[in-house]
Design a protein around this ligand. Structure first.
Ligand SMILES: Cc1ncc(COP(=O)(O)O)c(C=O)c1O
Length: 389
C-alpha cells in the first residue's frame, strides 16, 4: 500500500487509516522526555482510562492484541490437551493463542449474513476437554454472548471476547469489553485507536487481572514499585511468562487517542450509514446484517457479493477495485485453511458456511476521515462490477 502522501497523490483509498494529530505527537514527546519510557505511570493511566471507557473494572495493557489473547488463555486456565472453540472466520491470532498454550482450536461455523460465530453450532462442539470459547466481535459487531453463556456457564467453560474490532460497540445496551470473562483489544494502526502496536485485556475479575499482569512481566510476582515500597530487591518468577509490556511512550499515544475515540466511533457509524444508502440499489452487493439488539463499532466495512448476479469471481472484483485505486481487502480466510492448520490435520469442508461466504466477501475502505464522496466513488466502482465479463 502506498504511504499516506503517496496514497493521496495517487488518490488511493486504503481500507483503514489511523489519525495522528498534534495532541498525539505532544503526548508522545512528553513521555519521551520523562523519566519513564516503560513500566511508568502512563501504563496505569491508560489502563484505567480505557477500562473506564468500556465500563470494565480492570485493564491490563500489553504490546499487541495477540499478547492480550495469549494472556487471556493463560488466565482462564487453558492448558495442554484442552480444546478452545473459535469461529472459523477470524484473524489467525484468535486461534493461535490457544495453540501457544498447548490447546487445540475447535472451529465453529459462522452466520452467513454477519460472520459471527453461529451459536447453534457451538453446543455440538463441546467435549469434556472444552476449556474456553473465543467469541470474535467480527467487523465491530458483538457476538451473541447470552447464547454463549447459556451453553458455557453450567459447564464451567470460560468465554473470552476477541473484541479487537469492537471498542464502542454494544450488546443489549452493554459495552464491548464487559461482555465476557476477559475481553481482548488491539491497538494496531488500522484499529479504532492506535499505540502503533499494542493491546489490552479488560475484566471484572481481579484474580484474572493480577495473573495477566504477572504473565506480561515474565511471570514475576512483583514489580519495581512493589519492591521499592517493601524495601527489597528480591522477586520470584512463579510461572513462565513473557515480556508483553506496553511502553509508556505508546501508552501516552493511546491516552491521547482515547480522547477522540467516541468521535471516531460516531464517524465510523456515519460512514457506514453513507455506505448503506449508496449501496441500496446495487443488487449484487450485500452489506452484513447488524442484529437489532446490537450496535456496531464498524472496524471493517464488509460486504458480500451475490456472485449469481455477476460474471466474475471475488478475485476479479478485488483486482478491479484495486485498479480503480480502492484498497479493498478480504477478512478473512477460514483459519483452518492456512497451511499451519492444514499441517495439523484440519481439512476443507469443516465449516461449510464459512468456506462459501469467504468466497463472497470484500472489505471496503472504512476510517473516520472518509468523506461521503469517497463512499460514492466506492459505490460507483462496485456498481460497475456488473458490466465485467
Ligand atoms: C480479530 C483480531 N484478533 C486479533 C488480532 C491481533 O491483534 P494484533 O495485531 O494487535 O496482535 C487482530 C488484529 O489484527 C484482529 O483483527
Amino acid at each position: 500500500m502506498p504511504d499516506r502522501d503517496g496514497a493521496a497523490a495517487l488518490n488511493f483509498l486504503p481500507y483503514g487509516r489511523q489519525e495522528i494529530g498534534d495532541a498525539d505527537i505532544k503526548a508522545v514527546v512528553e513521555a519521551l522526555c520523562s523519566d519513564w519510557l516503560t513500566t511508568g505511570p502512563r501504563v496505569g493511566q491508560f489502563e484505567r482510562a480505557f477500562a473506564r471507557f468500556c465500563g470494565a473494572a480492570e485493564g491490563v495493557a500489553v504490546n499487541s492484541g495477540t499478547a492480550a489473547l495469549h494472556s487471556a488463555m493463560r488466565a482462564v486456565g487453558v492448558a495442554q490437551g484442552d480444546e478452545v472453540i473459535v469461529p472459523a472466520i477470524t484473524f489467525a491470532a484468535s486461534a493461535n493463542a490457544a495453540v501457544y498454550e498447548g490447546a487445540t482450536p475447535v472451529f465453529a461455523d459462522v452466520e452467513a449474513d454477519t460472520l459471527l460465530i453461529d451459536t447453534s453450532c457451538v453446543e455440538s462442539l463441546i467435549t469434556p476437554k472444552t476449556r474456553a470459547i473465543v467469541a470474535v466481535d467480527y467487523a465491530g459487531q458483538p457476538a451473541d454472548y447470552d447464547a454463549l453463556y447459556a451453553i458455557a456457564r453450567s459447564r464451567n467453560i470460560a468465554i473470552v471476547a476477541d473484541a479487537c474490532h469492537a471498542p464502542g460497540a454494544t450488546y443489549k445496551g452493554r459495552m464491548a469489553g464487559t461482555l465476557a470473562d476477559i475481553s481482548c483489544f488491539s491497538f494496531h494502526p488500522v484499529k479504532h485507536l492506535t499505540t502503533c502496536e499494542g493491546g489490552m485485556t479488560l475484566t471484572d475479575n481481579r484474580d484474572y487481572a493480577a495473573h495477566m499482569r504477572r504473565f506480561r512481566n515474565h511471570g514475576i510476582d512483583s514489580d519495581h514499585r512493589k519492591r521499592d515500597a517493601e524495601g527489597t530487591f528480591a522477586y520470584d518468577m512463579i510461572e513462565l511468562g513473557y515480556n508483553y509490556r506496553l511502553p509508556d511512550v505508546q501508552c501516552a499515544l493511546g491516552l491521547a487517542q482515547l480522547e477522540r475515540l467516541p468521535h471516531w466511533v460516531a464517524r465510523r457509524r456515519t460512514v457506514a450509514a453513507w455506505y448503506e444508502e449508496a449501496l441500496a440499489g446495487i443488487t449484487h452487493v450485500c452489506p452484513l446484517r447488524v442484529h437489532a439488539d446490537r450496535t456496531n463499532a464498524h472496524h471493517l466495512y464488509v460486504v458480500r457479493l451475490d456472485l449469481s448476479r455477476l460474471n466474475i469471481d471475488r478475485a476479479r472484483a478485488f483486482s478491479y477495485l484495486r485498479e480503480n485505486r480502492i484498497g479493498a481487502n478480504v477478512h478473512y480466510a477460514p483459519v483452518y485453511l492456512h497451511s499451519f492448520y492444514q499441517g495439523r490435520g484440519y481439512r476443507a469442508g469443516l465449516c461449510p458456511v464459512a468456506e462459501k461466504t469467504y468466497q463472497e466477501i470484500l472489505t471496503l475502505p472504512m476510517f473516520p476521515a472518509m468523506a461521503q464522496g469517497d463512499v460514492a466513488r466506492v459505490a460507483n466502482v462496485l456498481r460497475a462490477l456488473a458490466t465485467l465479463r
